[in-house]
Write a protein that binds this ligand. Structure first.
Ligand code: IVH
Length: 588
């Protein structure tokens, strides 16, 4: 190993410090002081020095680029539980909160509160030891979360090292990881272009990006952080929320874009109103305002009820609604053949997000609400659901609205459409329905299923449209030469895919059962089934009574498994897969 000369050590330290400062200026303060090119130049020289001398500091910006994919997330226990928040849905309820606080504290006077936006993201705990970021963990059940350190390091606003302030021996700083609305919309546009499902809201997008075993995906999603809370601390004493937030700010953590310290509930309500008014100008989704008793001593006196502190509450803004017109109703066919009617809307901005489609759930819903093409409708985009139609405005009807007849045939493949007993959804019965087949192949190759790396959405679409695969058995007939003729494949990538396919041939019964995409059979049910059957052949022509007694397997699963394994076409497919070399072991 090359010995690192003193002046090189110094040079590396200086570069790390400077680059981190510029990162902070850019990502936390949003006011860079050097051009991007200059940053890149310094970054490259740091990287070269690090590689040459094999000397890498823990807070080097080069450590933000992600790491090899993980198999699973390790569990992390929170030193102090991560609590959730009680909700208040009206100003009266906020007053009720203050009354309770004052009653418990036995005070007539005004209480000091902090008020800030409630971010619609994912709660995170950042543990620093002697100022260096040691671990980042999700909230999980409040007591135990998942170790997502590698992913969180890719967020440029997260300090890798606490600087510019007194540093406690250990500190858990908490906050919300979120995706801003522009990024969220861009990501969804991209996903839709690739034929993938869009995220319903910024929170799901943030959570989906953080909970990625492969951090190279997280790195591409532009995530942000707002720190608002304190967990366990060693070696330092904070007296209040405000004091702590001010420390966070000095320590270069990103804090909520707006935070006020006020006295008395009347002022709290004024700030809530102000946040409500400014909400549409925030670059992120704020679904409410969080009110906290400022003084930590008083917080302690108030304590916790089960999972929520008595010293804080979240005022929730009314759900986002907007009015627009239905231009068209289309039917979308999912992997299991379920046909969902979707309304294509005249685009409307709701709470900062452009909404141009809304689920109509099913045809019963269309009938119940009497929804027609051309109708003016009220759309709601509530915190965690995909936009849906709340009601139609019958007064706006002109008489030209068109009622949409139920489809008797699948809109994609023209096969018959059936409806299971007791359910509202219609399903296309066509086994070779292209909409289903592509989705099935994608599912079959996915990580938790047969885990064929390189056979993601884009490539499935490519192989499908170039007619190289029509059904998942065709995966095993692919030859390197076939791939080389395609735009996205070169020698190496083609060989990698062929190798990945070959590797996937050795699998477990649980994975295999899950890959088949049998209705209602998720990863867990597949595992339970694998424990109860010796091999796949034992499931061929299975009778319902052989499944119904199995604990944790309900009637719905038993029914679909029976149907699946008594269908001659499916059995032929399974036999073909085996003849193509699939080896299924059943060890657990
Ligand atoms: S304080 C005990 N402040 O909302 C206090 N939470 O509904 C716990 N959240 O789990 C959190 N913005 O993920 C706090 N400014 C904010 C917040 C915030 C978003 C989230 C947080 C929490 C959830 C509870």
């Amino acid at each position: 190993m090359i010995k690192v000369p003193g002046h090189i050590e110094e040079q590396i330290e200086k570069l790390v410090k400077e680059l981190n400062y510029h990162c902070y200026r850019y990502y936390v303060l949003d006011s860079p002081v050097i051009p991007d090119e200059e940053y890149d130049r310094q970054y490259r020289s740091l990287k070269e020095l690090e590689e040459h001398y094999n000397y890498i500091l823990a807070d080097s910006p080069t450590q933000r680029v992600g790491a090899p994919a993980l198999d699973k997330f390790e569990k992390v226990k929170h030193a102090e539980p991560m609590l959730s928040l009680d909700n208040a849905f009206s100003h009266d309820e906020v007053r009720g909160f203050d009354e309770r606080v004052r009653r418990l504290l036995k005070t007539e006077g005004n209480v000091e509160y902090t008020v800030e936006p409630k971010y619609d993201g994912l709660a995170m705990e950042l543990t620093y030891k002697n100022g260096i970021l040691y671990k980042a963990s999700t909230r999980g059940d409040g007591y135990e979360g998942e170790d997502v350190t590698v992913n969180i390091k890719t967020i440029r606003a997260v300090p890798l090292k606490i600087e510019a302030v007194d540093v406690p021996e250990e500190i858990d700083s908490r906050g919300e990881v979120y995706m801003d609305l522009r990024e969220f919309e861009a990501l969804n546009r991209e996903r839709e272009k690739e034929g993938g499902p869009a995220f319903a809201n910024p929170r799901n997008a943030a959570a989906g990006s953080v909970r990625q075993l492969d951090s190279s995906i997280t790195v591409k999603r532009k995530l942000h952080l707002a720190c608002y809370g304190i967990g366990a601390v060693k070696g330092m004493d904070f007296k209040s929320q405000w004091e702590f937030v001010k420390w966070l700010e000095k320590a270069r953590f990103p804090i909520p874009s707006m935070i006020r310290l006020v006295e008395g509930i009347d002022r709290v309500l004024e700030v809530i109103k102000e946040i409500g008014e400014k909400r549409n100008t925030f670059p992120f989704e704020a679904d409410g305002a969080v009110i906290k008793v400022n003084n930590f001593e008083l917080q302690k006196m108030l304590g916790i009820k089960t999972r929520e502190p008595r010293w804080a509450t979240a005022y929730k803004f009314p759900a986002h609604q907007g009015m627009t017109k239905i231009n068209e109703i289309i039917a979308s066919v999912g992997r299991t053949g379920v046909i969902t009617p979707v309304a294509l809307l005249e685009p409307v901005r709701i709470g900062g997000v452009k909404v141009s489609r809304s689920t109509l759930h099913n045809w019963d819903e269309i009938d119940r609400k009497d929804i027609r093409v051309g109708d003016t409708v009220i759309i709601e985009r509530a915190g965690d659901v995909i936009p849906h139609v709340i009601s139609i405005i019958k007064d706006s009807r002109t008489g030209n609205e068109k009622y949409l007849k139920k489809k008797k045939k699948c809109p994609v493949c023209g096969s018959a459409v059936e409806r299971d007993d007791g359910v509202v959804a219609y399903r296309c019965v066509g086994l070779n329905c292209p909409a289903q087949v592509q989705e099935r192949i994608r599912h079959y190759a996915s990580r938790a299923a047969m885990d064929i790396e390189g056979l993601g959405e884009k490539n499935v679409e490519l192989l499908f449209s170039s007619e190289l695969i029509k059904h998942f058995v065709d995966i095993y007939k692919l030859r390197k030469e076939d791939l080389l003729g395609l735009p996205r494949f070169a020698e190496k990538s083609a060989q990698n895919l062929i190798d990945a396919i070959e590797k996937s041939k050795h699998t477990t019964l649980a994975r295999f059962l899950y890959s088949l995409g049998v209705l209602h059979v998720g990863e867990y049910a597949a595992k339970v089934l694998a424990r109860n059957f010796k091999d796949i052949e034992e499931l061929y022509h299975v009778k319902p009574e052989m499944i119904i007694g199995i604990r944790q397997i309900g009637d719905k699963i038993a029914d679909s498994i029976t149907r699946f394994f008594n269908d001659p076409q499916n059995l032929t497919t399974l036999k073909t897969l085996k003849s193509l070399g699939i080896k299924i072991s059943n060890l657990f």
